[in-house]
Write a protein that binds this ligand. Structure first.
Ligand SMILES: [Zn+2]
Length: 324
């Protein structure tokens, strides 16, 4: 078990983190500890379990900013994907479930469900969305990914509802019935949604297994997926919520590669750094691999990127291939 979880009270946990951020400049928590994004707030509140007074004005401002973008009917940009993303961020910011904007967004999504259980964008709405880690992902209008993407946010609020579970079952059936898994964005959003649905139906379990083993088929001996270290954020978004030993062992194998990809300030990526760092850190915590990772970077400090690199790198390095 990771060390910080053993601390019983928030006060002791706070002291532990405060010592950590002074002693370990490269720890992912050091990077996220003062970050003013939703991912920073989510790290402090949800990963560290610290409801800090200093975060409250920021948290309300971030929630207000998101809610201010909502269209009168309840969607965001009239898009299923954008609405799903905003619901995910509002959940990670711990917005209250009875917030009128959330109630309205959920109603809007419910009204957009197809009789089959899936969600289809209107023909006039583009099916390309910003992923949680910043990269733009594009789906074909009938892709599994459109429904799965919306579910990643929706499930954080409505996991128990029958209509949401129908959408989950639709995704699981599609994963099993299609001859091939079409692309990385569909796979990772489907796996994230299926995992957080916690439905233990045989279909959902089998679909998750197929997706995990598909990702494993695309992992090299060095630990990277799809021959591209930058694909890690997408893959970890999925494996990082997936409670299977097969998911954990892929992440274990990737630790040296992840260390080589991390900047010496504790963060990952050039743009959307807090979001990427949140994805990686959440995955490591979920699988209780954070301590192992930090021990590795202590032992092998040469694995890691000097922070000056950030200025030299083209932003395109943040983009992983849309299709393998
Ligand atoms: Zn696809």
């Amino acid at each position: 078990m990771d060390e910080w979880r053993r601390w019983a009270t928030p006060k002791e946990r706070l002291r532990w983190v405060q010592a950590l951020v002074t002693e370990k400049p490269r720890h992912p928590f050091t990077f996220l500890w003062r970050h003013l994004s939703w991912a920073g707030v989510a790290t402090r509140r949800k990963l560290l379990g610290l409801k800090l007074k200093r975060d409250e004005p920021l948290r309300f401002r971030l929630i207000k900013g998101i809610v201010g973008e909502q269209y009168p009917r309840g969607g965001f940009r009239s898009s299923l994907g954008w609405t799903g993303l905003r619901l995910l961020q509002l959940a990670e910011l711990d917005a209250p479930p009875d917030h009128p904007a959330i109630v309205k967004a959920l109603q809007w999504l419910k009204g957009r469900q197809d009789p089959e259980g899936c969600f289809l964008e209107l023909p006039s709405v583009p099916t390309s969305y910003p992923a949680v880690w910043g990269e733009e992902v594009r789906f074909s209008p009938i892709a599994i990914g459109v429904t799965a993407f919306a579910l990643c946010g929706l499930l954080r609020w409505e996991r128990e509802s029958y209509w949401v579970q129908r959408a989950v079952q639709w995704v699981a059936r599609q994963v099993l019935q299609r001859r091939e898994i079409c692309c990385l964005p569909c796979a990772v959003h489907a796996l994230h949604a299926l995992a957080i649905s916690r439905l233990d139906s045989a279909t959902v379990q089998a679909a998750m297994e197929r997706l995990v083993s598909w990702l494993s088929d695309h992992q090299s001996e060095q630990g990277e997926w799809f021959a591209n270290p930058e694909a890690s954020y997408a893959v970890l978004f999925a494996l990082g919520v997936c409670p299977s030993p097969a998911a954990r062992s892929q992440i274990s194998k990737a630790l040296p590669m992840l260390a080589g990809l991390q900047f010496l300030d504790g963060g990952w990526g050039r743009s959307y750094r807090a979001e990427k760092t949140w994805v990686v850190t959440s995955a490591l915590l979920f699988h209780e691999l954070l301590e192992t990772f930090v021990a590795l970077t202590d032992r092998c400090p040469w694995l890691g990127r000097p922070i000056e690199w950030l200025e030299q790198m083209p932003p395109s390095l943040d983009e992983s291939p849309t299709a393998p």
